[in-house]
Design a protein around this ligand. Structure first.
Ligand code: FES
Length: 101
């Protein structure tokens, strides 16, 4: 089963292909802000995906529009509530409100 690693805590969680990245993070972390509960409206679930980015689902229009409104977005940015996991291990850095929302 593929593995999620969270920086900088180095917490990990296994996940099944097709799972939502946000759910895998919550399985590994006690708390991670996700204010709009996955509607791509708040941006609080902003993460950098350092490894395994290409195995995630493609960015759709609603996610792209929200990312455009967040300060500090880069090529590794995803909204955890919108990204579906693939078959590869993934490493993420949790940003959320630290990223200038
Ligand atoms: S939880 Fe609000 S954008 Fe992801």
């Amino acid at each position: 089963m593929p593995m999620l690693t969270i920086l900088t805590s180095n917490k990990t969680a296994q996940f099944v292909e097709g799972a939502r990245l946000l759910d895998a993070i919550l399985a590994a972390e006690e708390s991670f802000t996700h204010k709009c509960e996955g509607k791509a409206e708040c941006g609080s679930c902003h993460v950098f995906v350092h490894d395994g980015r290409k195995s995630l689902s493609k960015i759709q229009r609603t996610e792209n529009e929200k990312l455009d409104a967040i300060v500090g977005v880069g090529s590794k940015s995803r909204l955890a509530c919108q990204a579906m996991l693939g078959s590869e291990n993934v490493t993420v850095e949790l940003l959320g409100f630290k990223s200038g929302l």
